[in-house]
Write a protein that binds this ligand. Structure first.
Ligand SMILES: Nc1ncnc2c1ncn2[C@@H]1O[C@H](COP(=O)(O)OP(=O)(O)OP(=O)(O)O)[C@@H](O)[C@H]1O
Ligand SMILES: [Mg+2]
Length: 257
């Protein structure tokens, strides 16, 4: 079996700005990989490259054994890379759930309607089937009693849990989280982390950018520390957090802990 995510020699430029400088990363199936690092180190960019929200400048990323955004074509004995069609990229992306800092729910739709939307529109599920699945996912995130509420009637933590349910309703193979609790009031962080922890326990493969070092310590299988577009070091949480090998990592934890 191949790894769920395999990034090899990934570079990303925004104009002249070199944001990812040769990132190698493997996330195994069922693994929780937490990415830590200072602001501007390239964490979001890396996550966005994994699901093709950004195109990489060099290197390769495979998810579930498939090259993201590109396909290999053999031409006259040589293998060349072609850009995938938009439709094919959409198919690849549909297998990856993403949760952002901002929940981006449709304000004019109830929690249930928000969660049903993509399975109907993208997967072509019947409304009845999508509704059944959405109710299951909303129950899974502890919102069975809020399904008919509009986003404006829900707390930030509840909205973020709807956003997680919405991603799960697409039956993803992989979930990406970009600072899912950073926009929340402190008292609402725990309920979202609890849902993420349960998801990890259920065997979901997850890549999580967060500043929640406690979550990293307790839930991650692998913690990756990024600085200035590079992975400085990686390891098991206790090793990386408590006994980092590199001075840059030590300086970071000295500030955040
Ligand atoms: N679309 C873009 N165009 C130009 N520069 C960008 C773009 N997106 C990100 N950058 C730059 O790339 C660098 C890395 O940004 P990125 O958002 O990946 O960092 P980050 O580690 O997620 O930071 P934070 O912790 O603040 O979210 C920054 O210098 C940022 O300004
Ligand atoms: Mg970011």
């Amino acid at each position: 079996m191949t790894a769920m995510i395999e990034a090899v020699g990934v570079h990303k430029f925004f104009g002249h700005l070199h944001v990812l400088k040769g990132v190698d990363l493997t996330v195994e199936r069922g693994e929780v990989c937490v990415v830590l690092g200072p602001s501007g180190s390239g964490k979001s960019t890396l996550l966005r490259c994994v699901n093709e929200l950004e195109q990489i400048s060099a290197g390769r990323i495979t998810v579930d054994g498939e090259l993201m955004g590109l396909r290999e074509v053999v031409k006259g004995g040589a293998t060349v890379l072609h850009r995938r069609t938009d439709k094919d990229i959409a198919r690849q992306r549909a297998k990856i759930g993403m949760v952002f800092q901002r929940f981006n729910l449709f304000p004019h739709m109830t929690a249930l309607q928000n969660v049903m939307e993509a399975p109907v529109q993208v997967l072509g599920l019947t409304k009845a089937k999508a509704r059944e699945r959405a109710l299951q996912e909303l129950e899974r995130v502890g919102l069975a009693d809020r399904v008919d509420h509009y986003p404006g009637q829900l707390s930030g933590g509840q909205q973020q849990r709807v956003a997680i349910a919405r991603a799960l309703a697409m039956d993803p193979q992989l979930m990406l989280f970009d600072e899912p609790t950073s926009a929340l009031d402190p008292e609402l962080v725990g309920e979202v982390l609890a849902v993420m922890r349960e998801l990890a326990d259920s065997g979901m493969t997850m890549m999580v950018v967060t500043h929640e070092v406690g979550f990293a310590r307790e839930v991650a299988d692998q913690v990756v520390f990024m600085d200035e577009g590079e992975i400085v070091e990686r390891g098991a949480p206790a090793q990386l957090i408590d006994t980092p090998r590199h001075q840059r990592t030590r300086d970071f934890f000295a500030k955040v802990l």
